[in-house]
Write a protein that binds this ligand. Sequence first.
Ligand SMILES: Cc1ncc(COP(=O)(O)O)c(C=O)c1O
Length: 478
Amino acid sequence: MKEQSLAEKLRQYGAGFTCPMHMPGHKRNSPFPWMEPLAKMDITEIDGFDNLHEADGVLKEGMERMARLWGSRRSFFLVNGSTCGILAGICSLTNPGDKILMARNCHRSVYHAVELNRLRPVYLMPEADDATGILGSIRPEAVRAALEENPDIELAVLTSPTYEGVISDIASIVQVLHERGIPLLVDEAHGAHLGFSEAFSGGAVQAGADLVVQSLHKTLPSLTQTAAIHVGSILVDEDALRRQLAIFETSSPSYLLMASIDSCVRLLEEKGPELFRQYEERLKRFSEQVSCLKHLRVLGYGKDSIENHPAFWSLDKSKLVLLTEGTGLTGPAFARHLRESFRIELEMAQSNYGLAMTSICDSDQNLEQLAEALWILDGRVFPCEKKSACSTPPLLPEQAAYAWEVRNQEVWETDIEEAEGRVLAEYIWAYPPGIPLAVPGERVSGQMLSSWRKMEEAGVCLKSSTGGMAEGTILLLG
Ligand SMILES: Cc1ncc(COP(=O)(O)O)c(C=O)c1O
């Protein structure tokens, strides 16, 4: 007989009459009516419910089920998002001061791990797609060249798929790295759904990556903050990883969050193939529906195909990148039209595109509503000359110091217009997606300033660690 799901166990316990002389303080008797059904199932590590950090019961079984489903050596539930998995993963695979190879378009959590472990990053800047300016895949040849120049690299980290769905050839990259015994950590925060059907191939665990971090909450039916880390090879010391997870992950993991991971894994195990078949059909219909668009385009859909974008090794079909280039609309303006006229909220917008996320949980109606809105807007926009697509600086800034060397140094808050030639003391990023455009210790160039200006003019929200960017100031070394 199949074991009871964690959600069912919690529901039964909540419906029982055990007197709760333990945490949480709401005592399953919340003063807030909206919280009542949640509070009934919200417990702490009491008898029979296992302990995430020393799992040997129901949570261990759940994590083993997850490992079987993904085909990993071991998998861990995470309740602090991929952020926690990335910090713990990088710290478990490096020693302070190590050199790491990392894609420049990594999420800021990777940069934070670099700071925490005082790592020396060697950046790989993906080439930008000519047609859209979107950053492309990391190429195995680029990894090989970087290793030849830096034989002392201890770890490689990259993001696949990216926010926009750009997938790298993980199997070939793993091969290059493993020739030298170097592990690969893949930030697959946006790709937990990969590997469940042929149309969604390109998953990093199956491709042989050593450590893979996924945000279940981003692309699968699981509550916000839920994530997983999968161990793929013996290059990962599982005890070291456990130690780091104990540092970075809360000691009071939410049972609601863990139950949602458990239910998500069970759903995929039982109904995954059917759900993904229906999902593929929905996306196929969407592709047919948008093939008549004249001005707006959808990356890899309708009349567009990956052959038009040699910078991309593969694309994740779940992301609908709605390209506004040549329509006179910026991405943020386009997103505003969708919100105000069609009640459609996008995931994010950049200078020349908006990003719509899809999942197995979309209804047919969701995608039809989006396709219909695109036809209507397509009829309203005025075609105009294409501007240069590049939305992210393709050149690596000059690195004057490592980010962690800048900490505790004297800094000055300065007008951004006076920053050229000086060394940054804080991160600058576009949010979302939270990828640093510039890192503490990097020298501000005129090209950087003008590309930030262009992004802001297009309505993209730029942020700095200390928040001064909103007032036109920036933190620089003294
Ligand atoms: C590429 C990438 N990695 C990691 C993260 C962090 O994921 P989480 O929000 O689950 O901590 C994000 C979040 O947006 C992301 O875009």
